[in-house]
Design a binder for this molecule. Structure first.
Ligand SMILES: Nc1ncnc2c1ncn2[C@@H]1O[C@H](COP(=O)(O)OP(=O)(O)OP(=O)(O)O)[C@@H](O)[C@H]1O
Ligand SMILES: [Mg+2]
Length: 505
């Protein structure tokens, strides 16, 4: 009897090791045609490795990938593309100084020898009309916000006539509204145009609202698959970690004798294109206080972070830390115990090819016990310290000497957090600290930030996740168009009012 398989793609009994580490151990995943399938698991569970094996980016040690009814030899991503399997990776792959159109056109697996740009552009414009989102085709990638870049990555795949779309954490750089828009459109395409989608996410809300089926991995092993209407977030959470979850509520200890540790007065800053990014921003943060800045990305948050970290000069205005004029020099940061946690840590706060231990030691390379004489490094002390932090912050890595770029996305984030939160901190500046972290890690990091606050740290928390801001902040500010436009406390916060200010109304 000849039955047609309901699955468009099957990864069967896949195993993959990296040296000693077993990243995948006999994992099976079956993607039903014209459905949205979510892949869940803790940071380091093997999700990205599994989809990279499907794409031919990695060769599995054991197992096979069936596409349609046939076993396919996918030995490189190019083969997958030719079959109609497209993937949006966890990190951006766009070429920054080219335009949207150039990025899209050059991504085709079969390019003619000579590209007729005029013809290609006309064709692209025509096909863009059928796409779920519109992005200006001649905009350079560098001018786009993270959310727009993500949309370009998705459109790039859809324009390749993809039948199977694999998305590795597509929403971790999107605001909740953007995420709903993107996933809603993808869900519609799956139903109306027979697109099959495999999506990796850490957000249960997205699984419950947009996926039809779900598969859970734990520590490289297959735990189970289910239809989404037959599970609930607590069940999924328990499948992910292997036991029931007990949430410890955050403890906010009343602050005694608060003193202003960070003061920003009338700060004016321009962005790379010379356009005003901050238009006279003023705020202050006391010891033992978390001030949250809510806002849609691209409203001056990045420039504020850069000025505070000494990566961009302010046009005018002043910053005072501990009653001293602050110029973001290394010496000052050290003296004032000023720590900064930027977003996209793999790019902004790590050297991917250097070891976890070296990345953890960045702040103290030039001081004892890490430096001995004449700039020589005390390797033993660096390794010892790394081992402590790996344990304390539960960083999943084969060892201290592994290059940080080989860690899973969430574990890169943990490495940077460990470096910045391990010591005593007076002023802490964090931007989207939980992007890409699994729910357990998010709870962990929130506990760490609250603990720092309870010890007297002044925390400035910039986040696009309004829930995170409401949970952690003592005071909440809204930024829009480079200005602080609203101030409230979480107890008095009104979501619709905040939403309006965020949208610039
Ligand atoms: N190229 C590599 N070399 C060595 N180890 C690797 C490599 N890629 C992944 N690993 C390891 O394999 C394991 C699984 O990683 P993977 O990136 O698949 O996790 P993940 O489930 O995608 O996690 P996250 O949610 O943090 O993105 C991790 O322990 C990771 O450190
Ligand atoms: Mg991953």
């Amino acid at each position: 009897m000849n039955t047609v398989s309901p699955y468009v793609l099957e990864a069967i009994n896949i195993s993959k090791r990296f040296g000693e580490l077993i990243a995948l151990d006999n994992v099976t995943l079956k993607l039903r045609a014209a459905s949205v399938h979510a892949l869940l698991g803790e940071n380091g569970a093997g999700k990205s490795t599994l989809v990279k094996c499907i794409m031919g980016y990695y060769q599995p040690d054991v197992g096979e990938v069936l596409f349609g009814d046939r076993q396919q030899a996918i030995t490189q991503p190019h083969d997958a593309l030719l079959l109609g399997i497209g993937m949006v990776y966890q990190h951006f792959t766009l070429i920054p100084n080219m335009s949207v159109a150039e990025n899209i056109i050059l991504s085709r697996p079969r390019l003619p020898l000579i590209i007729h740009w005029r013809k290609e552009m006309a064709e692209l414009k025509r096909r863009m009309q059928g796409m779920p989102f519109q992005i200006p085709l001649d905009a350079p990638i560098t001018s786009l916000s993270a959310g727009e870049k993500q949309k370009v990555e998705i459109i790039k795949q859809l324009l390749l006539n993809t039948k199977v779309l694999i998305l590795d954490e597509p929403t971790s750089v999107l605001t909740p509204t953007e995420a709903d828009e993107v996933l809603g459109k993808i869900q519609t395409m799956s139903r109306e145009q027979h697109l099959s989608v495999l999506i990796i996410t850490h957000k249960f809300r997205e699984v419950m609202n947009f996926a039809d089926e779900v598969t859970v991995l734990r520590k490289g092993r297959y735990v189970g698959s289910a239809r989404v209407d037959q599970v609930s977030p607590p069940i999924l959470a328990a499948m992910m970690v292997g036991h029931e979850i007990i949430n410890t509520p955050l403890q906010r200890i009343p602050t005694t004798n608060p003193r202003p540790l960070l003061k920003i007065a009338d700060l004016k800053v321009t962005d790379d294109a010379g356009v005003t990014a901050l238009t006279g921003l003023s705020l202050s943060v006391n010891s033992g206080e978390i001030v949250g800045i809510a806002g849609v990305s691209g409203n001056g948050q990045r420039e504020l972070m850069q000025v505070m970290a000494g990566q961009r000069a302010a046009h005018s205005g002043s910053i005072t830390v501990n009653a001293e004029a602050y110029t973001a020099s290394r010496a000052q940061m050290r003296r004032h115990k000023f720590h900064c946690l930027p977003e996209e840590p793999l790019r902004n706060a790590c050297v991917a090819s250097m070891s976890v231990a070296d990345n953890l030691a960045f702040r103290r390379f030039d001081r004892p016990p890490f430096a001995v004489h004449n700039g020589l490094l005390n390797r033993k002390a660096i390794t010892q310290r790394a081992k402590e932090l790996i344990h304390r912050f539960a960083i999943k890595t084969p060892g201290p000497s592994t290059p940080v770029g080989n860690l899973s996305g969430g574990n890169v984030q943990r490495t940077v957090l460990a470096r910045e939160l391990a010591d005593e901190v007076d002023v802490l500046l964090v931007a989207n600290p939980c992007f890409g972290l699994d729910f357990g890690a998010v709870a962990d990091i929130h506990q760490q930030i609250m603990a720092a606050r309870n010890r007297g740290t002044a925390v400035l928390l910039i986040s696009e996740d309004l829930d995170e801001i409401l949970e952690l902040s003592d005071r909440l500010l809204v930024i829009s168009n480079g200005k602080l436009v609203h101030e409230t406390t979480p107890e008095h916060a009104e979501l619709t009012t905040i939403g309006k200010f965020m949208a610039g109304h």
